[in-house]
Design a protein around this ligand. Structure first.
Ligand code: FPP
Length: 235
C-alpha cells in the first residue's frame, strides 16, 4: 500500500453481479446475494480500517421492487438478518448506520430493524455506513423538489439557493461521494445518486460483487489516489 495515497472521504458502491455470480456456478440467485453479504462485511471492515468516513452501499433500488416477490423477500430477510448479526460489531467499532430511501415502501419488520440499528448506533462517531434501500436518484430529487416547493409557497419572500436544495435530499449533511465503484462491468449509473454524483470519480470493475473483497476495495482506493480531480477548472 502506498504511504501517501489520498483516502476518499465518501466511497459509494453499486454492488452488482450477485445473480450472474450465482448463475455461473449453477446456483440460485439468492446464493449470490448471500455471498454478496460476505463482501459487504469485508468492505465495511476494510473501509473502517482504511479511515474512510462514509461508506455507502446501493442495496436495493426503487426499480428492484419489480423483481420476483421471492427474490425481494429473500433480499429483505437477508438485510434484517445481517443487521441483527452485525449490530454489536457496528457499536464495538464505532460505526454509525444510516438507511436512506423511500422507507414507506418497506414492510414493518424491515422498518423496525433499521430504526433499531440507527438508534443503537446514533452516537457512534467513527465511520458512517449508509445503506441505500428502496432508493432511486430521481425519487430523491423529486421528493426534495416537492418539499422545497412547499417551503417556498409557505414563505414566498425567502430566497432558495442550490445549496438549500441539497438539504432536502435524503443525503442532507453527507458529503457527496468522492468515489463510486460499480462491480460486474456494467457502465451505467442506474438511477443512483444522480444529483450527488456530479463530480464523483467512477471506478468500474468486471469483478462480480460476491468476489469484491478487501484487496479489490484497496485497489479501487489506490486507483482513486492517482486520479486528477479538476472539477471543471484548469490546474
Ligand atoms: C445486485 O446484483 C445486488 C443486489 C440487488 C442486492 C445487494 C444485496 C446484498 C449484497 C445483500 C446484503 C446487503 C447488505 C447491505 C447487508 P444483481 O442481483 O442485480 O445481479 P445480476 O445483475 O447479476 O442479476
Amino acid at each position: 500500500m502506498e504511504e501517501n495515497r489520498i483516502i476518499p472521504t465518501h466511497v459509494s458502491i453499486i454492488m452488482d453481479g450477485n445473480g450472474r455470480w450465482a448463475k455461473q456456478r449453477g446456483l440460485e440467485r439468492v446464493s449470490g446475494h448471500k455471498e454478496g453479504r460476505e463482501s459487504v462485511r469485508a468492505c465495511v471492515t476494510c473501509a473502517a480500517k482504511t479511515g474512510i468516513k462514509y461508506l455507502s452501499l446501493f442495496a436495493f433500488s426503487e426499480e428492484n421492487w419489480n423483481r420476483p416477490v421471492k427474490e425481494v423477500s429473500a433480499l429483505m430477510d437477508l438485510l434484517v438478518d445481517s443487521i441483527a448479526a452485525e449490530l454489536g460489531r457496528f457499536v464495538e467499532n464505532n460505526i454509525r448506520v444510516l438507511v436512506l430511501g423511500n422507507r414507506k415502501r418497506l414492510n414493518p419488520i424491515v422498518q423496525n430493524s433499521i430504526r433499531s440499528a440507527e438508534e443503537k448506533t446514533a452516537s457512534c462517531t467513527g465511520m458512517t455506513l449508509i445503506i441505500f434501500l428502496s432508493y432511486s436518484g430521481k425519487w430523491d430529487i423529486f421528493q426534495a423538489a416537492q418539499r422545497m416547493a412547499a417551503d417556498m409557497a409557505a414563505d414566498p419572500k425567502r430566497k432558495f439557493s442550490m445549496e438549500d436544495f441539497d438539504s432536502y435530499l435524503v443525503t442532507a449533511g453527507i458529503p457527496d461521494p468522492d468515489l463510486i465503484i460499480r462491480t460486474s462491468g456494467e457502465q451505467r449509473i442506474s438511477n443512483y445518486l444522480l444529483w450527488q454524483a456530479a463530480y464523483s470519480e467512477f471506478y468500474i470493475t468486471d469483478i462480480m460483487w460476491p468476489d469484491f473483497r478487501e484487496k479489490e476495495l484497496t485497489d479501487a482506493i489506490e486507483e482513486f489516489s492517482r486520479r486528477d480531480r479538476r472539477y471543471g477548472k484548469v490546474k
